[in-house]
Design a binder for this molecule. Structure first.
Ligand code: NI
Length: 401
């Protein structure tokens, strides 16, 4: 009745045998479990196959990894990362400049290629030079969204990386993100406040005709020194004679104006001739500065329907004539401006006369002291809420006009 002894006796039962009790009489049968045994047999066969595959994979992995690991010991790969910075703007506002930085944790004096002698530092300098890479995005600022900022290396640098420096330099580009944001309530308020402040600010647009000339540079220095701006209505044929002055105008925020190519009376010309007078001057400005002039002043103030229709630019006259060309007197010119200039006026001067430039150099600080901001014609128009239209003539931008 007690089967304990028998169990003890067969305690080292092989795994493919089991003890099964039969009926209620305490009789134990030794049962050879064939199925179980077959199952185990198959499993152990599978286990062996997995082991073999594992060993083979390990060997393959070592074959792949070891040379790299050893290679890394003797020929360490230099990693250079160009991290493109993120940028953001509100939709339809001024697009920001994209920027990036180079990151390399290696010793920069290391020679990368014995043949060319190129070092990490010279490669970094090469990439960092003005045209070593360009950054661009599909986002142009007019659509809301997120756009990657991509980096394109200059062709010669890419060729070096693909050629002599292959396997020696690992060049990684980390893209930046350009976010064009919707104008939210806070920003809309900020814009409105700014526009209101600009509208309220007393301002004048000093304008200079018939140049550039020998005194223009001197005048521009005065504008730069006082952080003031003006508009220069230039005669196209004079422009190639003073390229540095024209460049400087752009650099300090002055506006390029068009005053025809050779001071022609446009009302006496054919449509084709009018257009040539204007486009030749725009090209002359463009050749030096990379952009055309934005406003036109017709010589002698002479215009008619044909000129208005053909010119293709906003036309700017003046509200204060200093008569500087007539008096050729610094004192009289200064007095005329100080006596007559009011908020929103466009003031006519000529930078080809030394007396006028002397007058302007006195007027710039004097007008600022009286609270006037000295701006370009386009800035004055914008501050007073005017959008300049081609073929329309403007004389001033007083408040409420
Ligand atoms: Ni003129």
């Amino acid at each position: 009745m007690n089967n304990r002894g028998k169990i003890n006796y067969i305690k080292n039962l092989p795994s493919n045998y089991t003890l099964q009790s039969q009926g209620g009489g305490g009789v134990l049968n030794l049962h050879y479990n064939r199925g179980h045994n077959n199952f185990d047999y198959r499993r152990s066969k599978n286990n062996n196959a997995i082991k073999y595959v594992g060993v083979i994979l390990t060997i393959v992995a070592l074959i792949i990894v070891l040379p790299k690991a050893f290679g890394a010991l003797f020929h360490h790969t230099t990693e250079i990362t160009i991290q493109v910075h993120d940028a953001e703007m509100y939709v339809n506002e001024e697009k920001p400049d994209f920027s990036a930085e180079l990151i390399c944790k290696d010793n920069t004096s290391k020679v990368l290629d014995d043949k060319s002698g190129i070092t990490v530092q010279s490669l970094l300098d090469n990439i960092n030079r003005g045209d070593g890479y360009t950054l661009a995005s599909d986002g142009d600022g007019t659509n809301i969204g997120e756009f990657p900022i991509k980096c394109n290396l200059a062709g010669d640098i890419q060729n070096t990386l693909d050629g002599d420096l292959k396997d020696k330099v690992n060049f990684v580009v980390k893209l930046g993100t350009f976010r064009v944001k919707e104008i939210d309530e806070a920003h809309a308020k900020e814009l409105a406040d700014k526009a209101k402040a600009a509208y309220e600010q007393p301002m004048l647009a000093l304008t200079f005709d018939d140049g550039p000339g020998p005194y223009t540079d001197d005048l521009l220095e005065c504008f730069e020194k006082h952080d003031a701006r003006a508009t220069f209505f230039m005669v196209g044929k004079n422009i190639p004679n003073y390229p540095d002055a024209v460049k400087k105008m752009g650099d300090i925020g002055c506006e390029f104006g068009n005053h025809s190519y050779d001071h022609a009376k446009l009302t006496k010309l054919s449509i084709a001739e009018i257009q040539a007078e204007i486009s030749q001057t725009n090209e002359a400005v463009q050749n030096i500065t990379g952009r055309p002039s934005t406003v036109l002043r017709v010589p002698y103030g002479a215009t008619n329907d044909a000129v208005n229709g053909a010119c293709g630019m906003p036309m700017i006259q003046w509200s204060v004539d200093t008569l500087d060309w007539k008096t050729r007197s610094t004192e009289a010119t200064v007095e005329n401006v100080l006596n007559f200039a009011e908020d929103g006026d466009i003031i006519l001067l000529h930078d080809i006369h030394e007396t006028s430039v002397e007058a302007a150099k006195q007027l710039i600080p004097a007008l600022q002291e009286r609270g006037f901001k000295l701006v370009t014609v386009s800035e004055l128009a914008k501050a007073r809420g005017h959008k300049l239209e081609n073929g329309n003539t403007y004389f001033s931008f007083h408040k409420g006009e």
